[in-house]
Ligand binder design. Sequence first.
Ligand SMILES: O=C[C@H](O)[C@H](O)COP(=O)(O)O
Ligand SMILES: C=C(OP(=O)(O)O)C(=O)O
Length: 388
Amino acid sequence: MATPSTSTADSSAPDSIASDPDDIAGGSHAEAVRVHPTDLDNRRITHVSPLMSPALLRDEHPVQAPVADTVRAGRDATVDILSGRDDRLLVLVGPCSVHDPGAALDYARRLAAHAETLRDDLHVVMRVYFEKPRTTLGWKGLINDPDLDGSFAVNKGLRMARQLLLDVSALGLPVGCEFLDPITPQYISDIVTWGSIGARTAASQVHRQLCSALSMPVGIKNSTEGDVQVAVDATRAAAAGHVFPGITTDGLSALFTTAGNPDCHVILRGGSSGPNHDPDTVADTLARLRKAELPERVVVDASHGNSGKDHVRQAGLVRELAGRIAAGEPGITGLMIESFLAEGRQDLTLGRSADLDYGRSITDACLDWDTTAELLDRLAAGVRARRG
Ligand SMILES: O=C[C@H](O)[C@H](O)COP(=O)(O)O
Ligand SMILES: C=C(OP(=O)(O)O)C(=O)O
């Protein structure tokens, strides 16, 4: 006879029965133990396919010394700017999304050369965004669908993403990525100098925990409605340590205990309530940060809700901010600009990527290269004037 379970749980539950070998061998519950109902889960999963492990991808695409130097120096400079030890301006600039790695690398070469000429005044980090959070539906980025045709070749997308991060960093140009999927960072985060949490995930505990583990500074956006407090709260949560489940680089589930990330900061991106780049909102955000006992610093996003996704307005805003920086407005440590080779945007028809214009965004509208170079010059002049 089986010894009665000391558990307070229902003794007819399968796991309390399975803990007694006698019961399993000959007891009346033996049939219940062998039951593996197939109709209770996976009911809406239509296909499961293999995903390579992060360790395999890292082994295939290793970080060489010059890339490691770029990442280390890029992170250190970003932290120094955020803390005020470095008086340059952090500039996060590049395409809204990468859909053509060749065009992204072409852009990166121009940006790397121009950034080098402005290095005394600007710390330029290229936006190399592979994961797009959609308001409803749409192409979700190069990792999810690298062939732009709905074939979702994710292993290929991960390879292309990691290779591009290596190629851009090898130019001496540090890269910034948005982290959307909580598993993806294990595949690429060692090459990322600056990370972002987007407006649609700033309130997510999963993403705040993720930030607490990440090795680089992370900018966290206000919500799409324009709520800044959610980004302040996220910055505070990410600065603390957490314990949460994740996957190791070998692809195994594990519990992670984190130390917290002191280098997170708020990004003002505007929202459905209107833009929020004005001096009053910047000052109000600094006051919220002070109240939360967080460093008083913000990055202003010139695109998204601050420009109504209009690249022409984005250029006007960058010019205005260059003037405000020159005048010594406190707290603005960085700027985000969406920019690509060609201006504006174009619609993608899945499976028709051959029809796309070269170097033009397929997500949000971007400034073209020439305008970008002119705006970077203006920002550098603003920083010099602020020093003077
Ligand atoms: O930055 C990119 C987009 O603003 C974001 O991914 C949302 O895009 P959507 O509203 O077109 O889906
Ligand atoms: C998706 C982005 O921004 P947001 O989260 O502000 O919409 C982005 O910067 O690409």
